[in-house]
Ligand binder design. Sequence first.
Ligand code: OMP
Length: 233
Amino acid sequence: MSSPLIIALDHASLEAALPLVDQLDPQRCRLKVGKELFVRSGPQALEALHRRGFEVFLDLKFHDIPNTVAAAVHAAADHGVWMVNVHASGGRAMMRAARDVLDRHALNTHLIAVTVLTSMDDEALAETGVARLAGEQALHLAGLARESGMDGVVCSALEAGDVAAQCGHEFLRVTPGIRPAFAQRDDQSRVMTPLEALQAGSTHLVIGRPVTRAEDPMAALVEIEQELSNAGA
Ligand SMILES: O=C(O)c1cc(=O)[nH]c(=O)n1[C@@H]1O[C@H](COP(=O)(O)O)[C@@H](O)[C@H]1O
């Protein structure tokens, strides 16, 4: 599957997500299961998506003591998900523990770390006691994630190029905060269009509301695919 598109199923339940899922093609996108859908529908949601042939990014952003996060990552990988994530700000020992548990059990789920949430700007970050600018902090955490054995990071597309330069091109740059020209910004602060994001160095694009809340989700997805293919992306 070579598409960079990951559609965020930020739906209230599996039942609510299925009408959209059943219009999508597993050869043309992956799906992301986040907190609300997983808390309501649980592993059943993963099974239902896997049965339909989709690769799934389980986005639960684990952030806890190393032992707890490693166990949670192990449990996620046991469900056969394609990708799982933790918060890089959980630190080196936490990320290493998560890496080690996957290696010990020969599980090949991609393990990535969230750097700075795309909803955060410099001011919001300063309020949490982080003095660096959001872009600098994201790059700092990407370096720590790389050293701690992560396969990549979640970052804003604004940082994707710098992350690639610093951490290597095989290090994944999964970027939410994607807003096609036709979409609203919603609560995202640091945004780019799909084409800009790929050109800036993203390896994967996480897209939620611009597709899932569109009047015609398939038309929105096709419009994004066309924008990318017209530019040879
Ligand atoms: O880890 C993520 O996927 C994530 C990290 C981040 O920094 N920002 C961010 O928006 N996300 C997720 O990406 C998706 C973006 O959705 P839309 O803003 O609707 O496109 C949501 O499911 C968020 O949970």
